[in-house]
Design a binder for this molecule. Structure first.
Ligand SMILES: Cc1cc2nc3c(=O)[nH]c(=O)nc-3n(C[C@H](O)[C@H](O)[C@H](O)COP(=O)(O)O)c2cc1C
Length: 415
């Protein structure tokens, strides 16, 4: 045989022998995650890996989901006006949040029941942010107790609470937050009633999950997810005594629709550490929260999961920053999927941004490694965007970076 043909034959044999390992590597969690080069890719991977009802619970929003979409689209409306030759070899993303030094301006938003996506749950999200020097605000409705979450992220865990009907329950949670070392308390004020999430209604999503023929088939089509959940049943949410209730009924049974600003004063009196108020869009509400003693305002429409057609978070931001006038820190929450989104929010006065769904997509796509990949992607995108925009530190990022707008200018954004 011709020597070249022999060589080729040998090479093909080697390749064939290596095939199973290569195929294994290709389908291994780590390599699937490495091939995800954006948060959108991570979302697609999560969608393939978890049952539809679970994905929709995370991905869905209120009514026509317009606010959720606008949270994203309004970032795109803003153009950046970069500067060149600014010596951008080193980019520093560090800052302080509520007096705490952080390496990145990133806070994981509270997301209840994240363990449904993957049993690694909130500890994996907290750990991924902690290792890169960020913060996680764990939800009181998390799949894991706050004490377990904080073990993964000592010194960088905040606790989020709702205005619940039962103040005894809230007081007990505040005491636990204090005892385990949460460094700030977040009170979410935009859920006087459950948001109308039609995907959950259509999917028959209940708390605790109810086994019906469609939900059983949905789960059976995702055997890897099913096996993981069967091995860790504790991550499944429990509902009120007496069986399954639609998610909205469950929320309405727990939260207090009669809550007023005096309830924030109640929190202020009981929690001596830094207090953040989450769910503010109107500048007047921001002023009131600051008067009561809030140390941070989280500009948020709950990821579009409450009042549909409410203003997007990035559009609401400039007026809130102006109203607060430096008396509290302001964070942007909603729609952040790219490093440029973070850059724009900081340019418009946010001290940091919060990310909700991306971290939950991360664990859905690959547990702990998935959460780490999301943080890595966002941080590296921000670092690159800063360099391309001619900025080397967050202190250099101001509204001079927001340039000619494709649609709305920030001027027309403030009322
Ligand atoms: C699955 C899920 C659960 C959530 N649970 C909570 C919660 O328990 N407490 C809260 O304040 N906000 C909750 N939120 C809202 C987030 O904190 C955040 O405001 C929102 O996700 C931000 O938008 P983004 O997902 O576009 O980043 C939840 C959001 C999602 C997607």
């Amino acid at each position: 045989m011709h020597p070249l043909a022999q060589l080729l034959g040998r090479q093909i044999a080697v390749d064939i022998r290596a095939l199973p390992a290569a195929a294994r590597r290709r389908s291994s969690g780590r390599s699937q995650l490495t091939r995800c080069v954006s948060v959108a890719d991570i979302r697609d991977l999560a969608r393939r890996r978890v049952p539809r009802a679970v994905f929709d619970f995370v991905d869905g929003a209120a009514w026509d989901e317009l606010t959720a979409r606008r949270n994203r689209l309004d970032f795109g409306e803003l153009s950046l006006l970069p500067q060149m030759l600014a010596g951008v070899a080193d980019v520093d993303l560090s800052t302080t949040l509520l007096g705490q030094p952080v390496s990145i301006p990133l806070i994981g938003s509270p997301t209840g029941m994240a363990g449904l996506m993957h049993p690694a749950g909130e500890p994996a999200i907290a750990g991924a942010l902690h290792r890169r020097g960020g913060i996680y605000a764990v939800s009181a409705g998390a799949s894991y107790p706050v004490e377990e979450v904080i073990r993964e992220a000592p010194g960088s865990t905040w606790l989020q609470l709702y205005l619940a009907r039962d103040r005894g329950v809230v007081e007990a949670m505040i005491a636990r937050a204090q005892a385990c070392g949460c460094t700030a308390l977040v009170v979410t004020i935009d859920v006087p009633r459950a948001g109308p999430r039609e995907r959950d209604l259509r999917n028959g999503f209940t708390v605790p999950p109810r086994v019906t023929l469609p939900t059983a088939l949905d789960a059976a089509r995702h055997p890897r997810w099913l096996t993981e959940v069967i091995r860790n049943p504790a991550v499944l949410p429990t509902g009120p005594a007496g069986g399954a209730a639609a998610l909205a009924d469950f929320v309405n049974s727990q939260f207090n629709p009669a809550a007023r600003w005096e309830d924030i004063e109640w929190f202020r009196q009981r929690w001596t550490g830094p207090l953040a108020v989450k769910g503010i869009l109107h500048p007047k509400d921001a002023e009131t929260a600051v008067q009561i003693g809030a140390d941070a305002i989280m500009v948020s429409n709950h990821g579009g999961r409450q009042l549909d057609t409410a203003v997007s978070a990035i559009r609401a931001l400039p007026a809130v920053v102006q109203a607060v006038a430096g008396d509290a820190e302001v964070y942007l929450d909603g729609g952040v999927r790219r490093g440029t989104d973070i850059l724009k929010a900081i340019a418009l006065g946010a001290r940091a941004v919060m990310v909700g769904r991306p971290m939950v997509y991360g664990i859905g796509a690959g547990g702990r490694l998935g959460a780490e990949r999301v943080v890595e992607l966002l941080v590296e995108e921000l670092r690159l965007a800063m360099a391309l925009a001619g900025r080397t530190s967050l202190a250099d990022v101001d509204d001079s970076l927001i340039g000619l707008s494709t649609g709305a200018s920030t001027g027309s954004w403030s009322r």
